[in-house]
Ligand binder design. Structure first.
Ligand SMILES: [Zn+2]
Length: 415
């Protein structure tokens, strides 16, 4: 090691200005866009400061390696998160996990740990789906949950294809897809993340252990009417999909309120053509639905669709529905969670209401999560917050967990 230990706060202050979004507030750090590429450079620099070798794998995932005895990268203990954000997102969702990972590496070095196996810090691209609309795209490609041909068909809001974005970042799009070599190297994955709710605030604790990740899907409703002139078209002659879309948004909320633990959100609508003096011809409505019980989600989607069709029909409009993505609820690995829980006996165990790369990886390797307290309880918005002291508690907890996994029995052998 050729530098003093860095705190999480110090590390995050280095990237404090990267990807600030003056229009929306907060940060817009889209995968393979200028801000995220700058953060990837910062990642490589942090790795170099710690004498870690970096690589970008064939799915664009960044890795920084501290090999184990004899240079082995087998059964590695892997930690990290993502660097991209939602539009106008907070400072901590993603980068906190990466900064905490590097800070934990420093703590382990300061403790003079002699690891029994390799340690890697990782950053997954397009975790938020903020650019190509597919959450956890990098990890889903790696595990094979996402078909590479389907991924290559994705475009961003400017019409730039994933293939073009990958090429621009130096990743060959012909080689994306399930990566058994990368999966095979992972002994265990531990993702630290800012808490995206109030579980820790309510419990008065700085750090939690994740127990499960609730199912999450994104659907696109297309409301079609008749485009026309805003001045010349009488109110009685209109089939206005914007009015229908407004009723759909209310219907979504009303349906979700009748189902316990359901979450349904319309956070984005897009009228076509989108002129100020034009009755739209079509409005796209994106629908985010979540529920801890996978059996409830299709019922919610069906009910919402039925209600949306009815309220749209009252405006002379039609509705079609396309599923953009869906991932079921994930129980994080029980044995690994018990082991992490034993290292952090005071930490409560919490369910995550948001999707994470750890949930995708949990399908193929033992995966675990830690959450750091967020005093506002707000996430995916500029008010997302982590206090410095809690960030250090999180990094210390992560270092304790990594130390146990690096020096105790191999995670996969004990599972
Ligand atoms: Zn995140």
């Amino acid at each position: 090691m050729n530098h003093g230990p860095a705190t999480v706060g110090q590390l995050l202050r280095e990237i404090h200005e990267v990807g600030r979004d003056p229009r929306r507030g907060g940060y817009s750090r889209f995968a393979y866009g200028p801000a995220e590429l700058e953060l990837r450079e910062w990642f490589v620099e942090q790795a170099a400061r710690r004498s870690m070798d970096t690589e970008t794998d064939r799915n664009g995932i960044l890795w920084a390696w501290l090999p184990g005895p004899g240079g082995s990268c087998e059964q590695a203990v892997v930690t990290g998160s993502h660097l991209d954000s939602v539009p106008g997102g907070g400072e901590f969702d993603g980068p906190l996990g990466v900064a905490s990972a590097f800070a934990a590496v420093d703590l382990l070095n300061a403790r003079g740990l002699t690891p029994q196996r390799a340690l890697a810090v990782v950053a997954f691209p397009e975790e938020e789906g903020g650019r190509f609309g597919q959450a956890c795209l990098g990890s889903q490609l790696m595990t094979g949950a996402m078909d590479p041909d389907r991924a290559l068909g994705l475009h961003d809001a400017d019409g730039i294809s994933l293939a073009e974005a990958l090429t621009g970042a130096g990743v060959d799009p012909r080689h994306i897809g399930r990566d058994d070599e990368a999966i095979g190297r992972i002994g265990a994955f531990v993702e630290l993340h800012v808490e995206q709710g109030r579980g820790l605030v309510d419990r008065g604790q700085p750090v939690a252990v994740g127990s499960s990740i609730i199912g999450h899907g994104l659907w696109r409703l297309t409301v079609t009417g008749q485009g026309n002139h805003a001045g010349a078209t009488r109110m009685t002659d209109r089939r206005d999909p914007m009015v229908a879309a407004g009723a759909v948004v209310v219907a979504v909320r009303d349906v979700a309120r009748t189902v316990q633990d359901a979450r349904a959100t319309v956070g984005r609508i897009e009228p076509t053509p989108g002129g100020t003096n034009v009755i739209a011809s079509r409005v796209e409505v994106w629908l985010d639905i979540r529920h801890p019980d996978d059996a409830v989600v299709p019922m919610l989607v069906a009910t919402v669709t039925e209600r949306a069709r009815a309220v749209a029909a009252a405006e002379g409009c039609e509705v079609t529905l396309v599923e953009e993505s869906y991932g079921g609820s994930v129980r994080l690995d029980r044995s690994l969670r018990d082991r992490v829980g034993a290292v952090l006996p005071d930490a409560p165990h919490l369910d995550a209401g948001a999707g994470h790369d750890a949930g995708v990886l949990a399908e193929v390797v033992p995966a675990s999560m830690l959450f750091t307290r967020n005093p506002t309880g707000i996430s995916h918005a500029p008010q997302e917050q982590v206090d410095d002291a809690d960030a250090e508690s999180g990094a210390a907890a992560l270092a304790d967990v990594l130390q146990d996994l690096l020096s105790g029995p191999s995670p996969r052998q004990t599972l």
